[in-house]
Design a binder for this molecule. Structure first.
Ligand code: ZN
Length: 453
């Protein structure tokens, strides 16, 4: 039957606590939905041979500025402070709608290629009303599951990030919601990407929070990173009476104990971008810290201007950094290395189920649970960097990389097969190359004091 797919004979890591791991198992997909997961399934279905594969739920990236795909790798040595100048104050004002479209298309395909089936697109590049349309179109055409987070324009660092008096345009947020997101189901959902206290005046903060809540869409905000950690943004939000379970807090490296308590008690969720935080000076990725407060942290890529765009990198960065930090603390106190609560399996949960929780779509993705949508990744465990497999969770989290992502399904649709994207990756690459040429050229003209070409 054309609408039934049977993934046969793989090692299945469901990340569903009731179903656990199947050393050898089958996954039956009917239409867009996982119908059954069992050691052996007999069904009239198209069979995909999954022997030699590890079958996992698709990864979830809970925060990426996808619009930066066209300027990949432009700021390898940047700190967060450099980033504000080199990206937000330099490239961002130059972005045309077609650059956002190219980046979102290529960036979302990059996700799918890497086994990321759900993406939170933190889109603070809405320089005109055509920009959000272009961003959404890129996500739609890629066919990824995504939460599109509508953010501010970025035409001036001072206007938008220094006690800004400019709120996101409420009418346009409503228009975008009504145009693309009125149903609330389907592959795309919507959020509001907010800058928050200190970056914005209290008046703007109140207006943006009120708008999100009027529309019933979640809020996502960067907090407590780098020297900005001192601003106590979560405390300020608490003082404004704005904390709630609809809010995702990104980075959180310098939250005070009081602020962690405020986040946990208000039901907020956490997105951590470990490679970025380590490399750009945001602070230590607070994975174990957030777990101590009963939170379920997720992983995110943040910016491909400065770090790779895959979840494997983030898993390794978080796993290494948090364990290193705890080991060092223990040794400095003349103790042995601690028994680590941060395990490879917890990293897999962070990258899948926790991500779905944070992106507000745990009812439909994040685990291989019958009834959920079929967002499934098959990793080739016969490759030399993965084989031989003793512990399949270790194979996924500590051995595998993007080259091992063999097959990707989103909503039951095959998006990658035999290591090759179904979509036209070359066409998407040519679009971001053309955008890169335009953006780099215009930045050079701007720096030379020349008018735009
Ligand atoms: Zn970010």
């Amino acid at each position: 039957m054309a609408d039934r797919l049977l993934l046969r004979g793989g090692t299945v890591l469901t990340v569903d606590p009731d179903l656990g791991d199947l050393p050898k198992g089958d996954v039956l997909i009917e239409g867009d939905t996982i119908a059954q997961v069992a050691p052996q399934i007999d069904a009239d279905a198209e069979v995909v041979d999954a022997s030699g594969m590890i079958v996992i739920p698709g990864f979830v990236d809970t925060h990426r500025h996808t619009w930066e795909a066209a300027i990949r790798g432009c700021a390898p040595n940047a700190t967060l402070g450099n980033y504000f100048v080199e990206i937000l104050d330099s490239f961002a004002p130059l972005y045309r709608p077609e650059d956002v479209y190219a980046s979102n298309l290529a960036g979302a395909l990059e996700c799918i290629n890497a086994g990321i089936t759900t993406l939170v697109d933190w889109s603070h590049i809405n320089n005109t009303p055509e920009h959000p349309d272009a961003a959404v179109r890129g996500l739609q055409e890629a066919g990824i599951r995504a939460q599109y987070a509508y953010g501010s324009a970025n035409t001036s660092l001072n206007d938008y990030w220094n006690n800004s008096k400019i709120a996101v345009p409420a009418d346009d947020v409503r228009r975008v919601r009504d145009t693309y997101f009125s149903s609330g189901d389907g592959l795309l959902t919507m959020a509001l990407a907010t800058r928050g206290p200190t970056y914005c005046s209290d008046e703007v903060v109140r207006a943006e929070w009120a708008l999100a809540r009027e529309l019933g869409i979640p809020i996502t905000i960067h907090v407590a990173m780098s020297s900005a950690g001192r601003f106590g943004m979560v405390k300020q939000l608490g003082d404004l009476g704005l904390l709630g379970p609809d809010t995702t807090y990104i980075h959180c490296c310098y939250l005070s104990e009081e602020e962690w308590r405020l986040v946990a008690d208000s039901g907020g969720t956490i997105s951590i971008a470990p490679q970025i935080e380590l490399q750009m000076g945001h602070g230590w990725p607070p994975v174990v810290k957030s777990m101590e407060y009963g939170l379920r942290p997720s992983l995110s890529i943040d910016v491909v201007t400065t770090a790779p765009g895959d979840i494997f990198t983030q898993i390794r960065a978080a796993f290494g950094a948090d364990r290193a930090r705890l080991n060092a603390t223990s040794w400095e106190a003349n103790n042995d290395a601690p028994e680590h609560e941060l395990t490879a399996r917890k990293m897999l949960e962070m990258a899948t189920a926790n991500g779905a929780h944070v992106a507000g779509v745990e009812d439909r993705t994040g685990s291989l649970t019958p009834g959920k949508k079929a967002d499934v990744v098959l990793l080739d465990a016969t490759a030399l960097n993965v084989a031989p497999v003793i512990d399949p969770v270790a194979a996924v989290t500590l051995c595998a990389d993007v080259s091992n992502v063999d097959t990707v399904l989103i909503d039951g649709q095959v998006k990658k097969r035999g290591g090759k994207l179904v979509a036209d990756a070359d066409a998407a690459r040519r679009l971001v190359e053309a955008s890169r040429d335009y953006l780099v050229g215009e930045l050079e003209r701007k720096r030379a004091g020349q008018p735009p070409a």
